[in-house]
Ligand binder design. Sequence first.
Ligand code: URA
Length: 209
Amino acid sequence: MSQVHVIEHPLVQHKLSLMRKKEASTNSFRRLLGELSSLMAYEVTRDMPMQDVEIDTPLERMKARVIDGKKLVFVSILRAGSGILDGMLTVVPGARVGHIGLYRDPKTLVAVEYYFKMPDHMDERDVVVVDPMLATGNSAIAAVERLKELKPKSIKFVCLLTCPEGVQAMQKAHPDVPIYTAAIDRQLNEHGYILPGLGDAGDRIFGTK
Ligand code: URA
């Protein structure tokens, strides 16, 4: 069974609570999501492979440890994933970026793909898929299924919020993919929204309805 990492750090929890408030403006919602995502990047990259490089300090030559950001790919599920993506890129600016366009059929809640663009050599890369809400799990499951065709070295999934139904669906479909989230909320409602949640993440990021 895949691991679920709930990031309990007070800064993450505080920012999430501010984002949940219905009166949070588009501007502050987007800013908080960016900040929170940078903090989550810290957790998700904790076990990133490092390499030694020779550098010169002002005093002497040494072997220093660096990460190879180019080996990492953030895959954003459009459109709401871009909110997390921006925050992640501020701390790993060298990462490559892929996009998957999926929309939820409002009647069936099934994920339909309309766009797929990845960097080359995906089989040499570690992938972090980002989408703010792991709700039914349909989009995340479809995105990971599609990515597995390219045989990346590893896949992790990062969301802001999830619920027991989303976690179970993802774990059943992809037991090898760890989930990173700021909270597991109570439940999914009949329209596929997380309760208590924060509403429609895409609409709140972009100020649409
Ligand atoms: N997508 C959202 O934006 N919000 C939810 O609560 C569930 C899915």
